[in-house]
Write a protein of this length. Structure first.
Length: 326
């Protein structure tokens, strides 16, 4: 009798393991259910990204902002309603771009395979494919994510690290997502492409401590150039500035070189030099090659793409990315 009971427990445990394995992300998740899904995403990205290469940075940022709130579940795409302000309308997300781009891809995969491919997977694939299309690194994107049904602006405000974050805040924010300091350095490397509005850093130029002063950690020559040629006032909310001046279209090590010269644009960039651990990671990257950086960045992107994902029967597959299925 005892033997039967033990055998029954072992069978039950085996079923649990099998069930949990089936619910995990996997490469080629859509091979049988929607074999053309990943090709549809890739083709659309390659067709359109050449006319809007800056979207590569925008889509990485969207993927990042999505994963840091309730995991990578496309909750960042949900529209607000009369009874709920969604993540999309939280201050950190007001400058996000690419929503229409994702919607257009989703409509194509829906036409091919209705109700099969999640918006969360579309974001993850499009972010990767857009970076590759602009000459950046490739990383594996296992699929099988499902879409969340909750999106709250308050959670986005609380969870997404800001350009004003200090080292402690960044460390805590990343740790909350299961990401370590190496991931912090590598994922920040995405700032090697893209641009920013002045309002994300003009406090460093004009009013760092509230006394009309300049951030002493910002290279004075760089600051003077920004004041004279770019952000001419604290309230400038229209001017766009390259995050990696002179190299913002190349996925290279230039961003890290600038950090060590105190030319990181954001306070959160400068913060990476405040810890001996992150400072040493930066030096190690600079002692290596761009290919090594690409490989390490790819590992952290794949790791981030797994943060608190919904799989199996969790969540849903939204028909329209901006609206939770009724």
């Amino acid at each position: 009798m005892g033997g039967i009971r033990v055998s029954g427990i072992l069978v039950l445990c085996l079923l649990v393991v099998i069930g949990s394995t089936d619910a995990q992300l996997q490469l080629g998740f859509y091979t049988k259910k929607c074999p053309k899904a990943e090709k549809i995403v890739k083709n659309f990205v390659e067709e359109h990204i050449r006319n809007a290469p800056s979207l590569a940075a925008a889509l990485i940022r969207m993927h990042f902002h999505d994963c840091f709130v309730r995991g990578c579940d496309a909750s960042v795409l949900v529209n607000s309603t009369s009874s709920n302000q969604a993540e999309k309308d939280a201050p950190p997300n007001l400058t996000l771009r690419g929503f229409d781009f994702i919607d257009r891809i989703k409509s194509l995969v829906e036409a091919q395979c209705p109700g099969v491919v999640s918006c969360a997977d579309v974001i993850a694939l499009a972010a990767r494919d857009s970076v590759v299309a602009t000459g950046g690194p490739f990383w594996n994107v296992p699929t099988g994510r499902r879409d969340g049904v909750i999106s709250r602006s308050s959670e986005a405000l609380a969870s997404i690290p800001s350009p004003f974050s200090n080292f402690t805040t960044l460390q805590t924010s990343f740790a909350n997502q299961g990401l370590d300091l190496k991931d912090l350095v590598l994922l920040s490397g995405a700032h090697t492409i893209g641009v920013s509005h002045c309002t994300s850093f003009t406090n460093r130029l004009y009013n760092f401590t509230g006394k009309g002063d300049q951030d002493p950690d910002l290279n004075s020559q760089y600051a003077a150039n920004l004041k004279a040629k770019k952000c001419k006032s604290l309230s400038d909310n229209t001017t766009i500035v390259e995050m990696d001046p002179g190299s913002h279209r190349s996925f290279d090590l230039s961003y890290y070189t600038l950090l060590l010269k105190r030319r990181g644009l954001f306070q959160s960039d400068s913060a990476l030099t405040k810890s001996s651990t992150t400072y040493n990671y930066i030096k190690q990257l600079l002692q290596g090659s761009s290919q090594n950086f690409h490989a390490e960045f790819a590992k952290s992107m794949e790791k981030m793409g797994r943060v608190k994902v919904k799989t199996g029967s969790s969540g849903q597959i939204r028909k329209h990315c901006a609206v939770v299925n009724s």
